[in-house]
Design a protein around this ligand. Sequence first.
Ligand code: SF4
Length: 292
Amino acid sequence: MRVIKAEHLGMCFGVRDAIALALRENAAAPLTILGDLVHNETVLADLRAQGVRLQSFDEDIATANVLITAHGASQRAVERLHRRGLNVLEATCPLVRFAHDAILQLAASGFHPVIIGQRDHVEVRGLTGDLDNFDVILDENDLAKLGEHPRLGVAAQTTQPQNKVEKLVAQIRERFPDSEVRFIDTVCRPTKQRQNAAVELARRCEVVIVIGGAQSNNTRELVATCRRYCLRVHHVKNAHDLRAEWFTDAQLAGLTAGTSTPDATVDEVEQWLKNFSAQVLTKNPPQLETIL
Ligand code: SF4
């Protein structure tokens, strides 16, 4: 069995920068991260091991410094932390910040904001937290419940698949032909690159392994994308989740990973696959053809 990796996979610059900032600040003074810095259990365990505190609620913060995650937060949430006397550090990814600015600009120009994404995801809560009126839609069922507005301003959670976002925007235009619909593309480039590379990978491989945290939205989206092109797709957190039986009779296995998956975890899974492949080859050596 041969093992190939997607052209683009794994940790994005936004997550790398956020982790680096958290470690740097924590080395200087005790730091609490508000919420999961990334949706990856390995990364969070490493941060805890280095003394970084992780809390989900403002009232549980016991350090003077608090870090907003790469997913960002609303201005209202940041101001709440300032009012508590905390020193707020922001690891918000610049591409999430672009999405915030786009949505606020749409709202300020008189468009009713519609965000394509998961309503309860931390990034979407941040994107909508400064708005008084807005809608969040994830699929056609949500679209069916969307009310009419003369002007609709559409943007998306940064990790939504591009094709899904474009399809929903087209359906919004179709459903409200009399409304002015303005769309700002806020899906981030690393997400687009990983999604496109996953399609190429899944088209070629008999088995695809997607590595990432169970709660990672972009990892789950990669799994869904790969499943459109390949029947044998498995989502694993790390090499311990891999099962030999998944690769029965497979000649080509592919590997991809979400934007919060550390390089070490990708390497570990790749090594497991290579070792497995070598074992299979030892047990079943290729037969030499007899040339008559
Ligand atoms: S997935 Fe995109 S928006 Fe999110 S941290 Fe990475 S680069 Fe930034």
